[in-house]
Design a protein around this ligand. Sequence first.
Ligand code: EPZ
Length: 420
Amino acid sequence: MDYLRIQGPTKLQGSVVISGAKNAALPLITLTLLAHNKVTLTNVPEVADIKTLLKLLRNLGATSSLENHVLHLDTSTVNHTMANYDIVKTMRASILVLGPLLARFGHCEVSLPGGCAIGQRPIDLHLKALEQMGAQITIHAGYVHALAPEGLKGAHIIFDKITVTGTANIVMAAALAHGKTILVNCAKEPEVVQLCEILRDSGIDITGIGTSELSIIGTGGKTIDMVDFEIIPDRIEAGTYLCAGAITNSSITLEHVRPDHLDAVTGKLEQMGCTFDITDTTITIHPAPQLKHIDIITQEYPAFPTDMQAQFLALATLANGTSIIEERLFENRFMHVSELQRLGADIKLNGHTAAVMGGTPLFGADVMATDLRASSALVLAAMAAEGTTNVHRIYHLDRGYENLEQKLQALGAKIERLKE
Ligand code: EPZ
């Protein structure tokens, strides 16, 4: 297995181009299952999760080619509907094929995704909503068996909790349903907004885009003529690089970003003492001479994103005073804490809240990545720590960060990928 060797402390300089958003690309790739035409997606991040989902679609009979961030997809040749365990277990977002497959074929068998390091990750809200649309759902031998032989019916669905992929799955199912679907308490993440915009641009009557209530008039089972499109920039990758500038006390520029998707993140960095120059597509961060402590509660968009919690916890280890970070979305999203403590961080965990006593110096050590965003937090801390840090099990990183070490090397970081 690969690991990253990082020398710290390091300064960064220059600019970095942000890739397309993994969490926008995933549902947009499964959306092509509703299309009868070939579709071209651009600005597609070439990361492991995308390649895994494309492998799943090819297993169903689709054809795909991904080169230089351009993806050509044709799902007109899809000829079966089983998403099997050996792929789904490696990438739980594969559950995003459930809604489209059921809507298009009237049946499908999708392996239960199972949990992951950060939590149990149930899909009960996805299944309840599909049942409200007339689907018969049974769970047998680790698979969801979904049936809707007459097609799905529009329904009035209120999500008990805000769910990003749950909203995406049901939006896609509703697009081909018979009649009107009203969705209440929807996720408003930019990745969900882009999915709705592409559906609208592909001829689906969808209103309320960007709000927590969506209304969708389905085609009654007819597939769509899907438009080509460019994936939005990855706001979490962008937030991670902003934290890289802040944690190394460096001014760097991010290119090809959507600053309006990062308000909660730049707002917290401003409270910590950073300043910014912002244009429509770039953000330049100017670091705080001395970072101030910060209080964070993770919530659904547009509030502070849970996917930035680990990175800010790493940053808070350098701030003066005590930062309080509360994780409200996932039950086990503090796996990075024990690894940061190995670097010398002074952190106290109490249930879903971490108290970070900033100001104790960090020293390089061997640490282990446990999940995607925790891994990036360890890389950030390693760039601030005195000495050499080896970050192991970085296959977690490769799932969602494109060319991380090359991008950081180009900014001046002393980082290299080695073999165990
Ligand atoms: C998406 O996961 C993202 N993944 C996650 O990013 C992100 O952390 C999460 O949204 C929250 O923003 C993708 O978009 C591929 P949820 P998702 O359904 O959709 C509970 C990353 O780092 N819930 O919004 O699986 C659930 O347990 C990944 O890129 C139910 O109870 O998250 C959680 O507490 C990690 N029942 C909360 O809702 C359900 O049926 C939010 O989960 C569904 C969810």
